[in-house]
Design a protein around this ligand. Sequence first.
Ligand SMILES: *Cc1c(COP(=O)(O)O)cnc(C)c1O
Length: 412
Amino acid sequence: MTTAGVSTDRAAPVVRRKVSVMTGPMIPLAEPNLGDREAALLAECVRSGWVSSVGPFVDRFERDAAEVCGLVGGGAAAVDSGSAAIYLALRAAGVQAGDLVIVPSYTFIATANAVAMAGAEPWLMDIEPESWCLDAELMRDELARSTERVAGEIVHRATGRRVAAVVPVFTLGATPDMDAVRRVADGYGLPVIADAACAIGATYRGRPLATTADAVCLSFNGNKTLTCGGGGLVLSRDQKLVERVRHLSTQARPGGSYEHDDRGFNFRMTNLEAAVGCAQLARLDQLVGAKRAIRRRYDDALVGRFGLRALPSPAWCESSCWLSGVLLEEGVSAGQTAASLQAAGIGARPFWKPLHLQTPYAESPRSAMPVCESIWDRVLTLPCSTGLSQHEQERVIDRVPTVLAEAVRRVA
Ligand SMILES: *Cc1c(COP(=O)(O)O)cnc(C)c1O
């Protein structure tokens, strides 16, 4: 993977920058990095007339993505969002209405919404401190304590619901300890569907991303390391699962006629989106290299000073470093700190709020949540677009201590 630093490739800037009167241009949190190649492939779609949900770029995107993610055998199905990818993978893996699906509480809400879309209910669990990902030991204990086997199925005693799958989330581009997750899931016969939406470029114990779960779901939304504008992908070594995802994403229509054999929907990626995606995939090493270099520079400049700690980089994986940032001292709010930085033209933001603290999932079954409750409102993400210049990053680094000093004074 290249570590050559941030890209200066801005050949076709489709980029609007908010301008603050006080401080000059706003440095965005994470904006797309698009160039001549993306523009050329898009133009090819327009010229050829292949703009909709079939076309040569969709096929090529599926092949190229499978290859760069290290898929051996099986296949890939391109869809129109990461959320749709998770939903479809769950259904293809056999999740049904009324089931429970194990999900970490610390995630983007799309993970649980995908479960809900399938008619199922998330069973929320805490994360472990090393990776901020699903705690496999906790999951093992919760399964042992709260479920029983009834006619070959795992039933959650308190709700009477069948437990049907596990969805580990690759937080900020780091992977959970997937061998540990796998061991527990295998003990209960549960399929593992990875929400790797922000993890393209990550590896687990030297193994490629595509091999980390029964199905691996990616997002190509505009805020991810690589983008299609909007898009998602399901990768699996199980060709049947991929075929079922494809089937459900195209209105469950087995042939060319208006005969349908299931309740599907239209979730297909368009050839326009796939064209952008093909151009982006060709730059995977460059874009992920830039993300990692940005993370390293923040770590070197900020971590261990001003009460700041690093975002997770667990020993078992190489993170894709989707977002950069820091964990603030106890008592210092990421929301307020981000607001102060924004006022200074720096697009910092707080990060995920655990799902058990959110209205739509407040009543979902859950474990105790000491780990995610202790970190979530102290996680501050900092500008980390792959096109971020060193000068811009220095502006961020210079500003953080000032803003923190003000925040600490407020607390005191
Ligand atoms: C971005 C993201 C999603 C959703 O992907 P979309 O393409 O925006 O639907 C889901 N889960 C995680 C962890 C994400 O970061």
